[in-house]
Design a protein around this ligand. Sequence first.
Ligand code: ATP
Ligand code: MG
Length: 183
Amino acid sequence: MRLKKIKLAGFKSFVDPTTVPVAANLVGIVGPNGCGKSNIIDAVRWVMGESSARHLRGDTLADVIFSGSTSRKPVSQASVELVFDNSDGRAPGEYARYAEIVVRREASRDGASDYFLNKTRCRRKDITDLFLGTGLGPRAYSIIEQGMISRIVEARPEDLRLFLEEAAGISRYKERRRETENR
Ligand code: ATP
Ligand code: MG
């Protein structure tokens, strides 16, 4: 499974529908200060289910919605889509058969937030479940931000173990066991 495209609309500074192609395994995003580079990373975290405004560099969750500029009025809705190529069929479970997997989140100013997997509405949990054990997720290590390396180096053994379990792909099974035990 490989990320192909990130599509944003009404998300932070990306008011107009924008597609960011992820055309190779190594892609650099460059641009002047304030042009929106980090907003793209926030978008990836947000669509994966990040629910802390602080982790999205805002005060409230509505801060991800375009709030207007000198020339543009604010908008009422934000959406982000991640388009994955799954031609290798490595997506887990029922998703293995789809050549393309599209994860989408929408939010509006009234506080509504909806998630979609291949255009079908789903729960936040369906998205986190799909990526559990792949290293991609709202807080997983696929996004290494400033200060995170030192946090990992200095982590308590219990916390370090969570990173290792995610890397080894076993967090998915531990989560399932937890769910079964709680039933
Ligand atoms: P740097 O190189 O300094 O790290 P950057 O390219 O990472 O810059 P970002 O932090 O992604 O820049 O973008 C910041 C810009 O996004 C600011 O101009 C800010 O006003 C704008 N912005 C953030 N949230 C919103 C919002 N909700 N509505 C409109 N603009 C927003
Ligand atoms: Mg930045």
